[in-house]
Design a protein around this ligand. Structure first.
Ligand code: NAD
Length: 460
């Protein structure tokens, strides 16, 4: 019987052979694979809803917008642009290269390993895969063991529709992933927490495999004194409590100018009811926490002295009400780690400059949201603070624009994907110079003083 190690090696070898034999070179082949994913989403639609409810109790609206909808947008955008992206890109050649033409070819990297998390288990698996397949790679997917129903369905959907040497799923937890990471892949795309990100990068270094790390961090939402408070309240509430806050780009904490705090919190409380409804604790129209460990960690943040909204929880169904904690300080425990749940700490500021300096003194966040109407201040905030990506007067939506690369910076990640950024991430940019043989300038070669004089002239 094969060991796990031998089994994985066989799988990776088969995948590499599949690409090396040229099966994925063709535009029509690649387009057909993407269309197949579109069809699969339709064919398995009922089951998709079922598993996302079992794993996370996701409401239908969230399944449509944040899972299936984002995958469809990415598919349509990629299918529409694929032929163009695959073309060699012509670039100029300098005068010293007269007679030549230069271009960049987009070559598949080979076998791509995608390791995905549990919070958007379908979307965060398939969106990177769309880019990897579009770029002509074969893919091994390792979905999260914590969203077990979705992982099982992903495995089945892929097994029933794709050549196993081209696109396959390996399920498992730490033991399996540790073994899998010993294999030589041509690119590893990891989404999840930074502790495992380090493990992935360490393992990848053994084979000098490039990595994309989509990590997390504490993403602030800043509300300035001139913000449209009603709109800010609605968009922050939606961005924070969708998927019960288990979203990498959710506003982790709120920084509000002190003169508008009362009005904003009042509006947010109203919006929580209006967007998510009233029976949240029974899990109506509202996601649950993924497992007991995460639930306990989150409940430990619920300090009675600070709760100004919510704070109720239902241990049996792992549900925590959308909660707002006021009068929070930078030193409080909730400010020391990414929350990744439906609890929003509120900090206030007097001067926006002080607030920005404080954010800047922390690790670079994955996202930043600024609410304010002054265009000069909007630009200043965007320029002054470094973050993965973000929005002015919105939350979350930058992620759903396939024209924008999505990724972190510093501790929130490295590399990016979505749309053309995905295609580039999963392609080798092969530079080619095509030189003429119709003439041959002597100054290219060591040839005494004549060549040197011509070269000196070029360079002066
Ligand atoms: P997780 O526990 O599902 O882990 C992610 C993946 O890593 C899983 O496939 C898991 O099997 C694997 N894994 C876990 N332990 C491992 C180990 N010791 N060795 C090898 N592999 C291992 O997800 P998580 O880490 O709880 O996800 C939450 C984090 O992910 C948050 O920090 C969040 O911000 C981040 N996140 C980032 C993005 C993004 O796009 N940047 C998206 C979603 C989540």
């Amino acid at each position: 019987m094969m060991t796990l190690q031998e089994n994985y090696q066989q799988i990776v070898d088969d995948h590499r052979k599949y690409v090396e034999q040229g099966n994925t070179v063709d535009y029509t082949f690649r387009k057909h694979q993407l269309e197949k994913i579109k069809k699969i989403l339709k064919d398995y639609e009922t089951e998709i809803y079922d598993v996302l409810k079992k794993d996370l109790n996701k409401p239908d609206h969230e399944i449509i917008t944040t899972e299936i909808g984002i995958i469809h947008t990415e598919l349509d955008f990629t299918i529409k642009n694929l032929r163009y992206w695959m073309q060699p890109e012509k670039v100029a050649s300098p005068l010293t290269h007269k007679g030549s033409k230069s271009y960049i070819m987009k070559e598949p990297l080979g076998v791509v390993l995608v390791i995905s998390p549990w919070n958007y288990p379908l979307q965060l698996s398939l969106v990177p895969i769309i880019g990897a397949l579009a770029a002509g790679n074969s893919v091994v997917l390792k979905p999260s063991e914590h969203a077990a129903h979705t992982s099982d369905l992903l495995a089945r959907m892929i097994e029933e529709n794709f050549d196993p040497s081209y696109f396959s799923v390996i399920q498992g937890a730490v033991e399996e992933t540790t073994e899998l990471l010993k294999q030589r892949f041509d690119h590893i795309f990891y989404t999840g927490g930074s502790a495992v990100g380090k493990i992935v990068m360490r393992a990848a270094s053994e084979h000098l495999t490039p990595v994309t790390l989509e990590l997390g961090g504490k993403s602030p939402a800043i509300v300035d004194e001139d913000a449209n408070i009603q709109i800010a309240a609605k968009r922050i509430v939606w961005g924070k409590y969708t998927n019960a806050g288990q979203t990498c780009v959710a506003p982790d904490y709120l920084l509000v100018q002190e003169s508008v705090k009362f009005k904003l919190l009042k509006a947010m409380k109203k919006q929580i009811k209006s967007i998510f409804g009233k029976n949240l604790i029974q899990g109506e129209n509202y996601s649950k926490i993924i497992n007991e460990d995460h639930f306990k960690r989150l409940v430990s943040f619920l300090n009675e002295d600070h709760i100004v909204h919510g704070g109720e929880y239902n241990q049996e169904d792992l549900i925590i009400e959308p909660t707002i904690l006021d009068k929070i300080d930078w030193d409080d425990p909730i400010m020391q780690e990414e929350i990744f749940g439906p609890i929003l700490p509120v900090l206030q500021f007097e001067n926006i400059e002080d607030a920005l300096s404080l954010i800047k003194s922390k690790e670079k966040p994955l996202a930043l949201y600024y609410f304010g109407e002054n265009p000069r201040m909007q630009s200043q905030v965007m320029e002054y603070v470094s973050f993965g990506g973000g929005a002015i007067n919105d939350t979350f939506f930058h992620l759903a624009n396939p024209y924008l690369p999505f990724g972190g910076v510093g501790k929130s990640g490295m590399g990016s994907y979505h749309g053309k950024a995905s295609f580039n991430t999963f392609s080798h940019q092969k530079s080619v110079l095509k030189q003429t043989t119709k003439f041959d300038f002597p100054f290219r070669y060591t040839g005494g003083t004549v060549s040197s004089n011509i070269l000196k002239k070029f360079l002066s």
